[in-house]
Ligand binder design. Structure first.
Ligand code: GAR
Length: 196
C-alpha cells in the first residue's frame, strides 16, 4: 500500500506516524502550515493543494476532484486524515472508497464536527476521548475502528484537554494504521446511505 497523510495544522500526529516508522509516502496539505515543513524535515514529499484557489464560495467538488487526482497520480492507495481542515465531497470518495481513515478528538458518535473538544467541555462530560474511524461522505460518521477515553479534569480548558487527547491520538492512530497495513483490521462496508 502507498500511504498519504492529509494535514492542515501543526502535524504532531503526522510526526508520530513518521517517527513510528509508518511508510508515509506523501503528505498533502490544503494550506501552508507547519506540518508541511515538518514533512520536509523528515525527507517525506509534501505538496500543498491550496483550497484558497477554489473561490470565496469554495468549489468543494472541484477541490475534491483535484485532490483525488493528485493522490492517484502518485499511486496512493491508503489515505489518513490527521487534522485535515477541508471536508471532502463525492469526487474524492468516488476515487478512494473505503480507503480513507480519520482521527477525531471525541468519542464518536458524540461531538462530531470541527469543535469536538470545545463541545465536550461545554456539555460538561467527565470523560471524552478520541476515535479513529473510516471516513465517509457523512462527516465523522463512518465505521469506528478504535476509540480510547480521556478523563476531563475540573481545570481543563480547550487547549489543555486537546493536548491530552492528542497524546492518545498519536499512539492510537499509529497502532490502528499498523493494524490496517498488516491486515489485522479490515475496512468495514460503509453504512447504507453514507456510501462510499
Ligand atoms: C487532532 O486532535 C485531530 O483529532 C484533529 O486535529 C488535531 C490535529 O493535530 N482533527 C479534527 O478535529 C478533525 N475534525 P496535529 O495537527 O497536531 O496533528
Amino acid at each position: 500500500m502507498s500511504l498519504a497523510v492529509l494535514v492542515s495544522g501543526t502535524g504532531s500526529i503526522l510526526d508520530a506516524m513518521i517517527e513510528a516508522g509508518l511508510p508515509v509516502d506523501l503528505v498533502v496539505s490544503d494550506r501552508p502550515c507547519t506540518a508541511v515543513t515538518l514533512a520536509a524535515g523528515h525527507d517525506v514529499e509534501a505538496i500543498v493543494v491550496h483550497r484558497s484557489s477554489f473561490g470565496d464560495d469554495f468549489d468543494r467538488d472541484g477541490y475534491s476532484a483535484l485532490l483525488a487526482g493528485r493522490l492517484s497520480e502518485r499511486s496512493v492507495t491508503l489515505v489518513a486524515m490527521a487534522g485535515f481542515g477541508t471536508v471532502l465531497s463525492r469526487p474524492f470518495y468516488d476515487g478512494f472508497a473505503g480507503r480513507v481513515l480519520n482521527t477525531h478528538p471525541a468519542l464518536l458518535p458524540a461531538f462530531p464536527g470541527w469543535h469536538g473538544v470545545r463541545d465536550a467541555l461545554a456539555a460538561g462530560v467527565d470523560v471524552t476521548g478520541c476515535t479513529v474511524h473510516q471516513a465517509t461522505l457523512e462527516v465523522d460518521a463512518g465505521p469506528i475502528l478504535a476509540q480510547e477515553e480521556v478523563k476531563v479534569r475540573p481545570d481543563d480548558d480547550e487547549t489543555s484537554l486537546q493536548e491530552r487527547i492528542k497524546v492518545v491520538e498519536r499512539r492510537l492512530y499509529v497502532d490502528t494504521l499498523w493494524a490496517v497495513l498488516d491486515g489485522v483490521i479490515q475496512f468495514q462496508p460503509a453504512p447504507e446511505g453514507a456510501a462510499p
